[in-house]
Design a binder for this molecule. Structure first.
Ligand SMILES: C[S@@+](CC[C@H](N)C(=O)[O-])C[C@H]1O[C@@H](n2cnc3c(N)ncnc32)[C@H](O)[C@@H]1O
Length: 273
């Protein structure tokens, strides 16, 4: 069993926020807007909010007053999210924020009973199958649209290519599917599991590819992403770690110099009733 890395750093989330904004699917938001029932105030529960990137992107795309309820188990990230307030709304209406320190895996239906939208971003791969099933159940009971953004799908493409890339990618995916005290994480299988789970319960699911496309302008992010990618792969396979020392050094230098084009596959899901 490989210990779960429990904390996501705010610096990493800040670094990736512009690439996340560029990748998120705005057409799904149009579909979401068409499915909102008229209400005085939207109540949007963002699960695993981190520093609140989803709210900063989505709140200005939605009309009317909004109350964002930001959930995370990391109280430092919740404080950062509360400090970087989203909004105003598309029509200038006010946006308020409240934070809740909570474990998404233990959420109960009554905690989401007032939701008019549920969102999560870059969260699903961190869940086990049982946790995802529980989350799907509470979302279905809330009976509102659910927007699940930027879930990794296990596709990575580096240009120029190197024969070692595919070995690192395979080890990284195994690391994403690692066994933890909570069970095996879904990693790149999370999107297919979520689509299947919602459809089995009678929901309509719209699926869009939302890859990161990192070039020279995103060299800092590409380098930081590469460091995490190779690090996880080497944690998974000590043999790979000993064989990729010069590969890792060379590829990181390329990434830092803006000479490595990186595509990281993600998908956005919109769940409608
Ligand atoms: C990759 S970050 C994404 C953060 C944010 N949604 C974004 O898109 O920038 C995953 C977030 O989910 C939180 N998280 C992971 N598992 C969680 C759980 N079981 N309960 C609550 N928060 C969780 C982490 O603390 C982290 O803030």
């Amino acid at each position: 069993m490989i210990a779960e890395r429990t904390r996501v750093s705010g610096e990493w989330l800040d670094l990736r926020e512009p690439a996340d904004v560029a990748a998120r699917d705005a057409e799904l938001v149009e579909s979401l807007r068409r499915h909102l029932s008229s209400t005085d105030c939207l109540v949007i529960h963002d699960l695993g909010c981190g520093t609140g990137s989803m709210g900063r992107w989505l709140a200005p795309l939605l009309p009317g007053p909004q109350n964002w309820v930001l959930h995370d188990r990391d109280e430092d990230l919740l404080d950062a999210a509360a400090a970087e307030h989203p909004g105003p709304a598309a029509d200038g209406a006010s946006v308020s924020v409240e934070t809740r320190a909570s474990d998404i895996a233990l959420l109960q239906a009554d905690e989401l009973a007032d939701a008019t939208i549920i969102t999560a971003s870059a969260l699903l791969d961190l869940l086990t199958r049982d946790e995802l099933d529980g989350l799907i159940d509470v979302c279905m009971k809330a009976a509102c649209p659910v927007l699940l953004s930027l879930s990794v799908v296990g596709r990575v493409d580096l240009v120029p290519a190197d024969p070692v890339d595919s070995r690192v990618a395979a080890a990284f995916d195994l690391h994403q599917r690692r066994m933890t005290e909570r069970g095996r994480l879904l990693g790149p299988d999370a999107v297919a599991a979520a689509v299947e789970g919602f459809r089995q319960r009678g929901a309509k699911v719209l699926l869009r590819p939302t890859p990161w496309r990192l070039g020279a302008a995103e060299a800092d992010l590409a380098a930081e992403w590469f460091t995490g990618w190779i690090g996880a792969a080497c944690e998974q396979s000590l043999e790979l770690a000993s064989e990729t020392v010069s590969y890792a050094r060379r590829r990181l230098a390329e990434a830092r110099a803006g000479e490595l084009a990186v595509t990281v596959g993600h998908a956005d899901l919109l769940v409608l009733r």
